[in-house]
Design a protein around this ligand. Structure first.
Ligand SMILES: Nc1ncnc2c1ncn2[C@@H]1O[C@H](COP(=O)(O)OP(=O)(O)OP(=O)(O)O)[C@@H](O)[C@H]1O
Ligand SMILES: [Mg+2]
Length: 345
């Protein structure tokens, strides 16, 4: 099912949690909503679910305006971060719950509910645990039951709000892979919320980067990582270094020196952004960024050095080969392989 969010604004007591958000989700896509705390991810998910209604704008399911439809009518499956399973129900009864509470004309027979529920438990690899109660499961197992429960109603859209947020790093990683496999088999249109960039980049077909109630960028993991379209996205996804610069005649300058880089914006002050590891070291000082090493440390397979660059107040970081003999106060010159210049704020 295609989902289209069109010009949505959401206020809570005049506080705008979302401003003018538009987003098109294609049928069968796995979409991640990624952003810092308070950026509006849960609010957007709840609006798609029908748990909130927009102050302005609309939500479409296919061609149909879903804005005035209830959660049940939209037929969405939802997994919340802290939404506990029903404690007094066994695992299998939890999974079948959404079917059991349907009105009698659409409710499957008891046996059919049981059959479907155990099929789903098998699918989420929890066969054998049907009769357990939620308290007798691990956190990861509980979230898998929650996912099976969300899928039991054959939802048109599956919405997951930080489904693995409360679990430890190792279990999260396993469940991440597993969710991708499940998605590839079921092809449910799925929107999941996370503030973990690794999770979003590894799992999603497309990533929606949010900040302060707005969408900053939508793109494939490669697009948002390789071509961030704002300083926010540069800083939020992956690592970034920045350097205040000036644009003159379409090239980038620091102080009185041209860096030999072509600028992609009009003349004036700007801020140069690049990835610390995406640089090439060069000889001499012509047409490159020259700095003095003020700190150097080994980080995994590379060496991370902090440089003071003449004409810049901030130190900047670059990543170089671990065996580079960078010592304090030695000089290093480099050129970023990819960069963007944005307005200076
Ligand atoms: N029911 C509500 N009443 C008032 N303000 C709300 C309500 N729900 C959310 N907000 C506010 O809207 C903004 C966005 O909240 P939201 O829960 O969507 O953020 P989030 O991106 O999911 O954050 P987190 O990563 O912490 O879960 C926040 O400033 C929050 O305080
Ligand atoms: Mg949230």
């Amino acid at each position: 099912m295609d989902v289209r969010v069109s010009g949505v604004r959401k206020e809570f007591d005049r506080f705008p949690a979302l401003h003018d958000v538009s987003l098109e989700i294609k049928s069968g896509e796995l979409i991640a909503l990624l952003g810092p705390s308070g950026s509006g991810k849960t609010t957007l998910l709840r609006l798609i679910a029908g748990l909130e209604s927009p102050t302005e704008g609309k939500v479409f399911f296919g061609d149909e305006d879903a804005s005035l439809k209830s959660v049940q009518e939209r037929n969405v499956g939802f997994v919340f971060q802290h939404y506990a399973l029903f404690r007094h129900m066994t695992v299998i009864d939890n999974v079948g719950f959404g079917l059991k509470v349907r009105p009698s004309n659409t409710r499957p027979a008891k046996d059919e509910i049981r059959r479907r529920s155990s099929e789903l438990l098998d699918f989420v690899q929890l066969s054998g645990l049907e009769k357990r109660y939620p308290a007798q499961l691990s956190g990861g197992q509980r979230q898998r039951v929650a996912l099976a429960r969300a899928m039991a109603i054959e939802p048109r859209v599956l919405l997951l709000d930080e489904p693995f947020g409360a679990l430890d790093a190792k279990v999260r990683k396993e469940l991440r892979r597993w969710l991708r496999e499940i998605h590839d088999k079921t092809k449910h249109t799925t929107v999941f919320v996370t503030h973990d960039q690794d999770e979003a980049l590894e799992l999603a077909d497309r990533v929606v980067v949010m900040s302060q109630g707005s969408i900053e960028q939508v793109g494939t993991p490669d697009e948002v990582y390789d071509k961030p379209n704002s300083p926010f996205v540069y800083g939020f996804i992956g690592e970034s270094s920045r350097l205040p610069v000036r644009i003159e005649n379409g090239t980038v300058w620091i102080g009185e020196k041209s860096l030999g880089l072509k600028a992609d914006r009009p003349d004036g002050d700007g801020m140069l952004y690049f990835r610390p590891h995406d640089v090439e070291l060069v000889d001499g000082s012509n047409g490159c960024i020259a700095g003095t090493v003020v700190a150097s440390r080994r980080v995994g397979a590379t060496r991370r050095v902090e440089l003071m660059v003449a004409g810049a107040e901030e130190r900047i970081e670059i990543g170089i080969d671990a065996d580079h003999p960078a010592t304090e106060l030695s000089g290093i010159a480099f050129r970023p392989r990819h960069f963007r210049v944005f307005a200076r704020d």
